[in-house]
Design a protein around this ligand. Structure first.
Ligand SMILES: [Zn+2]
Length: 202
């Protein structure tokens, strides 16, 4: 794994996990695997980004105000918190999106850090050339983020054992993965990455 790689964990929030208001089926099952990826990146002193939905109470993103989704990830609510099993390092950079009450923001490229820096600018600042992406949901925020990353010119590797989809229509996730791969994303699993990492060290 090269110095110019970073990990991006997409939307591992209570509302997207079982018992949440917009739960991805078995969404929490990928968290232990994500924690392993986090360990590898942290120990390699590589940046770890974590995006989150961070909505105002009133937004056209929610059904109640004409949008597609039940209310979820409202700023400072329990549902918006990262899932308690997720082990983010202190150095993790939190990216918030969806604050605009009149827009759906699915991509981390529409997110900003605590200081208002856009994700694309942070990638430039850290000279990141390759993003490893996992999280929720494969067919929405992961998909949109990966498509934007490829457009931005970054290499993208999908964490195949650490993504899960909503699957409003059966096979949405499968189709999303096929689309991302056809546009240039690569696939990896934790076993493969661990081997790569061990090889580089040894
Ligand atoms: Zn949302």
């Amino acid at each position: 794994m090269k110095k110019k790689s970073a990990l991006l964990i997409v939307d591992i929030q209570n509302d997207f996990c079982p018992n949440g208001s917009l739960a991805v089926p078995e969404g929490d099952a990928i968290i232990p695997v994500l924690n392993k990826y986090i360990k590898i990146f942290s120990s390699g002193k590589l940046p770890v980004f974590a995006s989150r939905d961070w909505h105002p109470k009133k937004t056209t993103h929610f059904k109640e105000f004409g949008g597609p989704w039940p209310a979820h990830c409202v700023q400072d609510s329990h549902g918006a918190r990262f899932h308690p099993v997720l082990r983010l390092p202190e150095s993790a950079i939190i990216l918030s999106k969806g604050m605009d009450p009149e827009a759906d923001s699915y991509s981390a490229f529409q997110a900003v850090d605590a200081k208002g820096n856009e994700f694309a600018d942070l990638l430039k600042k850290f000279s990141i050339k390759e993003l490893f992406v996992g999280g929720l949901a494969a067919d929405y925020c992961v998909r949109w983020t990966v498509l934007d990353a490829l457009k931005f010119g970054s290499r993208v590797t999908l964490l195949m054992d650490a993504i899960k989809g909503v699957n409003l229509r059966e096979k949405d996730s499968e189709a999303a993965v096929e689309e991302m791969v056809s546009l240039g994303a690569k696939k990896i699993t934790i076993e493969k990455l661990s081997r790569m990492f061990a090889g580089e060290r040894g």
